[in-house]
Design a protein around this ligand. Structure first.
Ligand SMILES: [Fe+2]
Length: 144
């Protein structure tokens, strides 16, 4: 069980750092698609905020402690933060595809680990994430 809690804390760290990255994109994106992308990025980080809360509470439900500090998140995640500067739409799309690909791989890994331990609550929870990230990646790749 502890292995799943560790994987979920990695996922929680990814989600927190990715949330910050997507809101940074929302602030700094520029180009002719600004209005559409600015609004879409807000939709994305609002979803990520809900996912952060759901995963932290799921770790508590399993009887473990969710990481709660930015220091922990930065030390644990492999997602790179965005910089403090303007960014074009193409670079944002590239960053989003990378980010959601990483999250999809993490959710899939957690499901596989949960299945080996008959942890149905975690396994079924990951189904939603896998579907959501797969759909996001399809849409993002359509817009390239
Ligand atoms: Fe805003």
């Amino acid at each position: 069980m502890e292995k799943i809690a560790n994987c979920l804390n990695e996922f929680l760290s990814d989600l927190n750092v990715y949330f910050r990255k997507v809101q940074n994109y929302h602030w700094n994106i520029q180009g002719k698609d600004f209005f559409v992308m600015h609004a879409k990025l807000e939709e994305y980080y609002d979803e990520l905020a809900e996912q952060i809360d759901e995963i932290a509470e799921h770790i508590l439900i399993l009887g473990y402690q969710p990481l709660g500090t930015l220091k922990d998140y930065l030390e644990t995640t492999k997602i790179q933060e965005a910089e403090n500067k303007k960014i074009c739409v193409d670079e944002v799309l590239k960053g989003l595809v990378e980010g959601y690909t990483h999250l999809l791989e993490k959710a899939t890994k957690i499901k596989q680990e949960a299945d080996t331990q008959n942890n149905y609550a975690t396994s079924s929870l990951m189904d939603n994430y896998i579907s959501e990230y797969s759909k996001k990646l399809w849409m993002l790749n359509q817009s390239k």
